[in-house]
Design a protein around this ligand. Structure first.
Ligand code: ADP
Ligand code: MG
Length: 265
């Protein structure tokens, strides 16, 4: 879905990327993790066409160039860490409508699309509220609705789960998994390794370089390398490893409910 080849990018005062290659596969959940300052948000800004870069990027088989970034953005939905910085309107309804108005949707279609997405995400009842008055989970769902309302092919989350408490995070992860099973490609970016449990593939970024990549099984095996970058193994992996040591389970279990089920038996 996204192919990145020889990506090179410099800020005026700083070399950021030097010949980076990456593949975000269609229909998969890919995570990029890295410490603060490793270049994750810079990459997102490049992907939505905000920065000029050297190298080759294709999104849904369209080369990412300055003059077609509007076309490219139709394929993408983005959610950032702090939804408050993204709200543009006085009501949730108008806020979600904003994406579609920018894409010249007809009024009647806008209404239909908002109804659809807000019912799906469970925020239909708060469409008339001011987004700033909502709790953090609702805010993040509104941001997600704005990112999804135009049916993008790929959803990019830039630390979108960071501000949520574990319970809300779990709920949103479930929604993401379900959207993915319906065909949405997801690029999930985080500095927290716990957020990578739902991924098919993980890239670990450090100072603009990919230092580790592979399936989550492959990446979680590299405990030493992860430690050096300041990452512990995700809790469920750590727990599984210990339980396997005592022969209580046979393989790593990523889902807490599944773990409880198996131990209960
Ligand atoms: P991350 O999202 O992984 O925390 P960023 O992509 O935000 O990292 O930043 C990567 C590096 O680039 C950091 O060292 C940051 O200070 C620097 N940086 C970010 N934005 C700019 C900018 N507009 N000009 C110069 N340097 C920047
Ligand atoms: Mg960032």
């Amino acid at each position: 879905m996204i192919t990145i080849r020889n990506l090179t990018f410099k800020y005026r005062t700083k070399d950021m990327f030097d010949n980076v290659d990456m593949d975000i596969e269609k229909g998969k959940i890919t995570s990029i993790i890295g410490p603060n300052g490793s270049g994750k948000s810079t990459l997102v800004k490049i992907l939505v066409g905000l920065y000029r870069y050297n190298g080759k990027i294709e999104i849904n088989n369209i080369p990412l160039l300055k003059d077609n970034r509007k076309e490219i953005r139709k394929n993408i939905g983005v959610v950032f860490t702090n939804p408050d910085n993204q709200f543009v309107a006085e009501t949730v309804m108008d806020d979600i409508a904003f994406t579609l108005e920018n894409m010249n949707y007809k009024k009647i279609d806008i209404r239909k699309k908002i109804e659809e997405v807000s019912k799906y995400l469970g925020i239909y009842d708060i469409l008339e509220c001011n987004p700033h008055d909502l709790n953090s989970n609702q805010k993040q769902l509104v941001s997600l609705a704005s990112a999804l309302v135009h049916d993008p092919k790929i959803l990019i989350l830039d630390e979108a789960l960071t501000m949520l408490d574990p319970y809300d995070k779990e709920k949103i992860l479930k929604i993401l998994k379900e959207l993915n099973s319906k065909g949405l490609t997801i690029l999930n970016i985080s500095h927290d390794i716990e957020d990578t449990l739902i991924s098919d593939k993980i890239y670990v970024l450090d100072k603009g370089k990919i230092v580790l990549s592979g399936t989550k099984e492959e990446v979680y095996k590299e405990e030493d390398k992860l430690h050096k970058l300041g990452f512990e193994l995700p809790f469920m992996v750590e727990l599984s490893n210990r339980l396997m040591f005592y022969d209580l389970i046979e393989h790593v279990i990523y889902d807490m409910e599944e773990m409880v089920d198996i131990l209960w038996k």
